[in-house]
Every structure is written in structure tokens, then in C-alpha cells.
Design a binder for this molecule. Structure first.
Ligand code: NAP
Length: 308
């Protein structure tokens, strides 16, 4: 079968750390071009912008948009208009409602739109989901605490409007929880801490529940020093299920069920190839809806200005 010729748009941290090696390791995909204002890649056709790429590389089948969410809708719409399949990094956009027209455009063009949630491809996610199906779940506690200066150095877009602030990593936890919990849940209260000089929050405390009254507590912090924490603990009738390391490890009380090195983007790209081959799209906005709810319902506090 002819490989899908894909182009990466935005050669930043995630493109280099994950997309380039994952594409190289995925059967049925070939990295045929990059669009970057600032960088090139040896042996790969280069264009300064997506528009130049669409005009100059008509044989590209798909684009992976690895740019910040604030500029992605425009890029996705242009790529779909040009008849390309589109892979969106998370979060799928800067607003909820901008995604619907992209889905319509993808359907009309017969192209794939894949709104990725990379954390859903972490090694322990499907085991956690299978374990929780049919269990009596009593409480959920999410701790997603990382050092923004270490993981996102100089990425000012994160603290600009639409960049989501601490929800940029926090939405990964919500993408996991919306996948593994057997029931849907909703926000009941939230407190968001905004640095005095920034437009997006640097910390958040969230309380969710569901129709049974299940308590779900989430704490997101962008100023964590020392151990970095991306954990979800779920109390059930069979013990406490702990997903650690962003979904790499799973334990029931002290019994380790899964402990694997991260392989998220390999699974993500295999899924993309499958979607393209089947002529299907995959767009789930549930994690972004929870974040939008937090911005709607959350009480705001102003905290110390943030500088890198
Ligand atoms: P980044 O390092 O800032 O890279 C984003 C790239 O997008 C930039 O290097 C730039 O590429 C391009 N870009 C930036 N501003 C632009 C603008 N105004 N117009 C057009 N292009 C622009 O950010 P990142 O960490 O890779 O994150 C990108 C996306 O991936 C985000 O949505 C993030 O949530 C997601 N993500 C990040 C991580 C992570 O660990 N960093 C993990 C998973 C997902 P050029 O200079 O090449 O044009």
C-alpha cells in the first residue's frame, strides 16, 4: 500500500521529541516535508509556512499540526480546503466551537480529522479502563503537578489567552479520566489562580462529580519543584487503582499491573494511519469541554506575577 506522505507544521518541542521519531517508526507513513518559520530538517523538504507548503508540495497527503492551539484552526481549515488529512496536537483548538466547522469540512472533503489526546495512548490506559468497567468507584483524586520552567521553557503562548496555562498539561489528565471512567462526569466547582501579569492560570483546584455523587478532585500546579507528579488514584470496591507517570504505570494497592516505558505517540500514529485507511475521523471534545467549564464556573484568584 502506498505510504501516507505527511508534513509536520511547527518544528517545536513536541514535534522534535515525539512526532519525528514516531512517524519514522510507523509503517505506512513517511515524513515528506516540514513547515517551519525557524528550522529545517536534514533530508526533508522545507517550507516557511503552511500556505507555502500547500502551494509547493501538492503530493502531501496529510499534515500534523504541532503549533500552539491559538493558530491551529486557521491552519487546519486551510489544509482541509487543500484536500489534506489533518492531525491536531492537543488541545484540538483554542475554543470548543471552532472544531465543529473543521469536522464538517473534513466530512465534506472525505478526509480524516484526528483530534489527538496523546495521554490516551499511554501503556496503562486500556488496562485501567477494563478494570474500572462495572466496578463500584468511590472516589477519584488527580494530581498533575509539573515545573513549567523545566517542561515549557520560554513558551509564552501557554500563558497567553487560549494557551490554557496549567490546563495545557492538566487536560491530559482529563483526557485519561474521560477515557477510563465508565460514566460521564461534570464540574461542580473550581478555583483558578492567575498570575497578575498573565492571561492563563498557573494553578487550579477542581471538584467534579457524576450522577451517583462520586467525588472527583483534581489539583493542577505549574510551579511544582522536586518530584514531578502526573498521577490519578481511584478508590474502588476492589482496592485503590493508581495510574502513575502520566499513564505509564498501573497498580492495584501494592500489586503492579503495568509498568512500561512511554509509547504514546507510536500508538497515536498507528491510529491515525488506521483512520486514514478507513476514511474515518476521531474527534472527542470531552476533555476540552471540562476545561471550558472550569473557565466558566471557576472562581479566579490573582497570584504573584510569573517570569521565566
Ligand atoms: P513549542 O515548542 O512552542 O512549539 C510550537 C511550534 O509552533 C513553534 O516552535 C513554532 O514552530 C510554531 N509556532 C509557534 N507560534 C506560532 C505562530 N504564532 N504561528 C505559527 N506557528 C507558530 O510548543 P510545543 O511544546 O511543541 O507544543 C505544541 C503543541 O503540542 C501544544 O498544543 C502542546 O499542548 C502540545 N504538546 C506539547 C507537549 C510538550 O511536552 N511540550 C506534549 C504534548 C503535546 P516553527 O518555529 O517551526 O514555525
Amino acid at each position: 500500500m502506498t505510504p501516507i506522505r505527511i508534513a509536520i507544521v511547527g518544528l517545536g518541542k513536541i514535534a522534535r521529541d515525539q512526532h519525528i521519531p514516531a512517524i519514522a517508526g510507523t509503517a505506512g507513513l513517511v515524513l515528506a516535508a516540514v513547515a517551519s518559520r525557524n528550522a529545517t530538517l536534514d533530508g526533508v523538504a522545507h517550507f516557511a509556512t503552511l500556505d507555502e507548503l500547500l502551494a509547493g508540495a501538492p503530493d502531501i497527503d496529510a499534515v500534523a499540526l504541532c503549533t500552539p492551539p491559538q493558530v491551529r484552526r486557521h491552519q487546519a481549515a486551510a489544509a482541509l480546503r487543500a484536500g489534506k488529512h489533518v492531525l491536531l496536537e492537543k488541545p484540538p483548538g483554542a475554543t470548543l466551537s471552532e472544531i465543529g466547522p473543521l469536522e464538517t469540512a473534513a466530512d465534506a472533503a472525505g478526509k480524516t480529522l484526528f483530534a489527538t489526546w496523546h495521554s490516551r495512548f499511554a501503556p496503562a490506559i486500556e488496562s485501567a479502563r477494563a478494570f474500572l468497567a462495572g466496578r463500584n468507584i468511590r472516589a477519584v483524586k488527580i494530581e498533575w503537578k509539573e515545573d513549567v520552567r523545566h517542561w515549557h521553557p520560554g513558551q509564552d503562548w501557554i500563558f497567553e489567552a487560549g494557551g490554557l496555562g496549567v490546563f495545557d498539561p492538566g487536560i491530559n489528565a482529563l483526557s485519561i479520566l474521560t477515557r477510563i471512567l465508565p460514566r460521564r462526569f461534570f464540574l461542580v466547582r473550581a478555583t483558578l489562580a492567575f498570575p497578575a501579569n498573565r492571561d492563563s492560570p498557573i494553578a487550579a483546584e477542581l471538584d467534579f462529580s457524576d450522577e451517583t455523587g462520586l467525588p472527583i478532585r483534581a489539583e493542577f500546579d505549574f510551579l511544582q519543584t522536586g518530584p514531578q507528579i502526573w498521577d490519578i488514584h481511584i478508590e474502588t470496591d476492589a482496592g485503590t487503582l493508581s495510574l502513575a507517570g502520566g499513564g505509564a504505570r498501573l497498580a492495584l494497592d501494592r500489586h503492579v499491573m503495568v509498568d512500561e516505558t512511554e509509547g504514546e505517540y507510536a500508538g497515536l500514529y498507528r491510529h491515525f494511519v488506521d483512520l486514514v485507511r478507513r476514511g474515518a475521523s476521531d474527534v472527542d471534545l470531552a476533555p476540552l469541554a471540562h476545561v471550558a467549564d472550569a473557565f466558566m464556573l471557576g472562581r479566579r484568584t490573582i497570584v504573584a506575577p510569573f517570569t521565566w
